[in-house]
Ligand binder design. Structure first.
Ligand code: ATP
Length: 895
């Protein structure tokens, strides 16, 4: 592209060993100004986006062959070969074709599930903060180009390979790249070549996570040019479809296979001993093996989970780890953040307290008391002026002409409050230019700034600020002893109204000091005042909390905020029903015995001023109580609690990349109601799995019982191996798939959560499977014997039995499906279900009425009278289905 020279690749390859100035020169960038926007766009077009080009982990053919890596398929391939050797090439081909069709279907389904999940993971964009044209701005990380200057903060994921220009207590977790699990400190000095990636302390590599500090780095490589891009594929592309449930099913089918091999051997021996032909009994043994094993189950479980993942995505919950879908359905406790999740994160300052006065912000509007310019209380109360000015100066929010006020809502609220009373930010910053800052971090609960006139300003949680104050500023501008009691009374009064209260303080630094040091803030500051802001609860959160309670799920609030503020919001949200909200502070969890901690965890609704490690202890205590815990988190140090929780939930909008990496699920709208929606979908998935089992297993049970009993009783086999193979294929393809798409029944959230110890194949479900299997067995034998007694030959009798069986399956399917449960949602389901049934019936017509199928499967065309018999016999299924619903209902997740 004209105007954009090629990237200086040789030099960039040695970025770690090159002084930053040389790289800046080579990339025509500037640490303070960054790239000009136009140049960045040209580079983006010429050098490409900062994304990993998709490379499959394995070629498609390999993954296809992987489908054959299944004991049952080996068995079938082997049986085909035996048939060929026995001189029955036709049958061999049918067996092989069916095996192939099974593998193709398995491959397509798994591939679709995989790409759908991978696409979702990639759809979550990472934003980065860069400097371009001298301005800080947030960009999609894909838009980064070499030469960009990126700002790093604790909790960020490093978006590209960076040569560090500035590092302030910067620590980076590079485990994804180097395997080193401890965070490593970073600096700006070059490291001579040759050196291993782990030794290059002047670089921050794409994919690693900033665990502490801040930094500024120059992009030297993007996309596939980065270290991680070169050595492997992006982490997000690695989708693991295996979950505890799919593993259990694979184990189950394997054990079943062993059992079936023994039974098949027995069938063969007993049959031969009873004088039947060896070839026929071999057929019988194969039919038993094929019929008994639900080989399609693991694939169906995967599809059902993948459909759940898609449905959750439509409701703003992005599942990062597939097992979370299963766990969501059994959630018993949700521990949620307050700010932004349960509340709107739209803060407005309501009250200010300073110089012993507590005033509502409305009273401070210019002109409120008949004057223009500055309102009265402001001019008479110096502490009030200073409190509002501190809110303006000790603040990282900024005005952007495109987006309005940008930044942390707490800070934008303070800016608005200051502007409301007539303070001008630009003028204030000119009078007191900022030299340095310690940005806000949840762990320390304050932010501090150092200004040109040597003033140090601090704002933060009341406790964090007060513990650093020795005096206070009076309304008359004089220094006074600290009146802790009066301040705390004001804080409580404001917090009880649900206000988030921030305290402000001022200090002085020695002349010429350029940097703020933590220790300098201890004990010497002067308290200025308080500002209280309201952040109303989300209306939808209120409804979602109620829905959770009706579903037997306890909701607990975990917050960094003040206890009284949190209690007030929790009361508004109805977190405790019929009793006052029980609230404790994080420090109340310290020094407790395990039993006390468990009790406290169980009985408390609100945990305020929680530190990340306390969150971890809380999750563990709840789990020890037998709870299945979903926990939200957004900070760098929340990662251990998110990993420990059964479902770790991070925020897609706010929150750090570190938390997102650790989470099982992301909320794209940061909304509590989305967690409730995801739980509901999780329950839906579980129910659909139960429905699938209730449908599929009797097909296998019926077919295998028929053959086994036939052999044991010395009867002619009522179905052949090939016919069973066909039956399985038809029902897997057409009848059981719609069950994975079943809509959720409306009553799902009015039931208690299922016990995490309840196996999917519960006692009720086993009874149901046995009942329906027995019915299929009676039906098959009944039709075969009945037809033979009417003079039909064996092939015709078998054909009729199979047709009756498929029709009975259709009746049974309808009884399980939501369609028969009479809710409005049934209509969405009808086309798919009908499509499945019609396809099954068409296939069955082809199966018996076409000559070539007759040749393959030894079937015979049926007369209309025979069709009628096949159509009427399955009506006996109606009472059986009714009874099985009584034994084990398919309307809920328990039983
Ligand atoms: P949640 O965990 O529910 O999201 P939270 O947002 O209140 O709660 P933190 O962000 O950890 O939790 O904030 C803890 C406390 O730190 C707040 O109660 C407030 O007093 C103070 N605080 C919050 N934001 C800032 C900020 N930008 N600058 C200074 N102090 C802040």
């Amino acid at each position: 592209m004209p105007g954009v020279p090629a990237a200086p690749t040789a030099l960039l390859g040695q970025a770690h060993a090159t002084p930053a100035v040389d790289l800046l020169k080579a990339l025509e960038s500037d640490p303070g100004q960054g790239l000009p926007g136009g140049e960045a766009e040209r580079r983006l077009e010429a050098w490409g986006a900062n994304r990993f080009e998709h490379r499959e982990a394995q070629p498609a053919w390999r993954r296809f062959l992987g489908q054959f890596n299944d004991p049952l398929l080996y068995t079938l391939l082997g049986v085909g070969t035996v048939k060929l050797l026995l001189g029955e090439p036709g049958e061999a081909w049918v067996i092989w074709s069916v095996t192939l069709i099974n593998a193709v279907i398995g491959y397509i389904q798994e591939h679709r599930a995989e790409t759908a999940i991978a696409a979702l993971a990639l759809a979550v964009r990472t934003e980065v903060e860069v400097v371009r044209d001298g301005l800080r701005q947030r960009l999609d990380s894909e838009e980064l180009v070499p030469g960009d200057v990126v700002l790093l903060d604790a909790g960020d994921k490093v978006p590209a390979d960076l040569r560090l220009l500035e590092a302030r207590s910067l620590q980076v977790d590079e485990s994804a790249l180097t395997g080193e699990s401890l965070p490593v400190p970073k600096g700006t000095a070059p490291v001579p070549s040759p050196s291993a990636v782990a030794e290059r302390s002047g670089m921050a590599y794409a994919g690693s996570l900033v665990t502490a500090g801040q930094g500024r780095g120059l992009v030297v490589a993007t996309g596939n040019g980065t270290e991680v891009g070169r050595i492997s594929r992006s982490l997000a592309e690695q989708v693991n479809l295996s979950t505890p449930l799919t593993r259990k099913f694979r184990g189950f089918t394997r054990t079943l296979l062993q059992l079936v091999v023994v039974l098949a051997g027995l069938t063969f021996l007993v049959g031969v001993a009873r004088g039947r032909e060896a070839a026929e009994m071999f057929d019988g043994a194969v039919a038993l093996a094929v019929g008994a094993i639900p080989e399609e189950l693991p694939a169906i479980v995967t599809i059902t989970l993948a459909i759940g993942v898609n449905r959750m995505a439509r409701r703003n919950a992005i599942v990062r780890k597939l097992p979370a879908v299963e766990a969501l359905g059994s959630t018993t406790v949700i521990c949620s953040d307050k700010t932004g999740t349960l509340t709107q994160n739209r803060m407005t300052v309501q009250e200010v307290y300073a110089g012993g006065e507590r005033l509502s912000l409305d009273r401070l509007w210019p002109g409120t008391e008949g004057r223009s310019g500055v309102a009265d209380p402001l001019s008479r109360n110096v502490a009030l002026q200073e409190t509002l000015l501190a809110g303006l100066l000790c603040n990282d929010a900024r005005a952007s002409h495109r987006e309005g006020l940008v930044g942390d809502p707490t800070e934008t609220a303070l800016l608005r409050a200051a502007e409301t009373v007539g303070l001008d930010r630009r003028a204030a910053l000119e009078d007191h230019p900022r030299r340095d800052a310690i940005p806000f971090a949840s762990e320390q609960q304050f932010m501090a700034t150092l200004h040109g006139d040597q003033r140090i300003l601090m704002k933060g949680a009341v406790e964090a600020v007060l513990e650093r104050c020795s005096h206070q500023l009076g309304a008359d501008g004089r220094r006074e002893p600290l009146d802790r009691e009066a301040i705390e009374t004001a804080v409580r009064a404001m917090a009880r109204q649900g206000q988030r209260v921030l305290a402000f303080a001022i200090g002085r630094a020695p002349a010429e000091q350029e940097r703020l040091v933590h220790g300098q803030l201890a004990g010497q500051l002067e308290f200025l005042g308080l500002q209280g802001m309201l952040d109303p609860p989300r209306p939808e959160a209120q409804a979602a909390v109620l829905a959770c309670q009706q579903a037997g799920i306890t909701v607990k609030m975990i917050t960094g905020d003040h206890l009284e503020t949190a209690r007030s919001i929790a009361t508004q949200l109805g977190l405790a029903t019929g009793r006052p909200v029980r609230a404790v502070e994080g420090r109340d969890l310290e020094g407790r015995s395990e039993a006390e901690l468990r009790q406290l965890a169980r009985d408390t609704d609100v945990f305020a001023r929680m530190a990340p490690l306390q969150k971890l202890a809380l999750v563990k205590a709840l789990q020890a109580e037998g709870a299945v815990v979903a926990m939200t988190g957004d900070g760098v140090n929340d990662a251990p609690a998110l990993k420990q929780a059964d479902i770790g939930i991070a925020m897609g909008k706010g929150g750090t990349e570190v938390a997102r990496e650790a989470a099982d699920m992301l909320l794209t709208d940061d909304n509590f109601a989305t967690i409730e929606a995801a739980v509901e979908e999780g329950r839906g998935v579980y129910l659909n799995l139960r429905k699938t089992l209730a449908f599929v297993l009797p097909v296998n049970g019926g077919a295998s019982m028929t053959i086994l009993l036939g052999a044991l009783l010395g009867l002619e086999l009522p179905v052949t191996a090939l016919q069973v193979l066909w039956l399985n294929m038809v029902s897997a393809l057409t009848l059981s798939v719609p069950l994975a798409f079943e809509p959720r029944p409306p009553q799902l959230m009015s039931q208690p959560p299922r016990s995490p110890h309840q196996p999917l194949l519960s006692a009720g479900l086993v009874r149901r499977v046995l009942l329906v299997s027995a019915f299929y067995w009676v039906l098959i034998f009944g039709v075969v014997l009945g037809a033979e007694s009417q003079g039909a030959d064996l092939d015709l009798a078998r054909t009729m039995a199979i047709q009756a069986l498929v029709l009975a399956q259709v009746v049974y399917l309808l009884s399980i499906s939501q369609v028969s449960k009479g809710s409005w949602q049934q209509w969405q389901q009808v086309p798919l279900l009908l499509g499945g049934i019609v396809t099954a019936l068409l296939l069955q017509v082809v199966f018996s009425q076409t000559e070539w199928m007759n040749g393959f499967f030894d079937t015979e065309p049926l007369s209309s009278q025979q069709w009628l018999v096949c159509g009427l016999a399955p009506l006996a299924m109606v009472p059986v289905a009714w009874l099985s619903e009584k034994l084990c209902p398919t309307t809920g997740v328990a039983g």
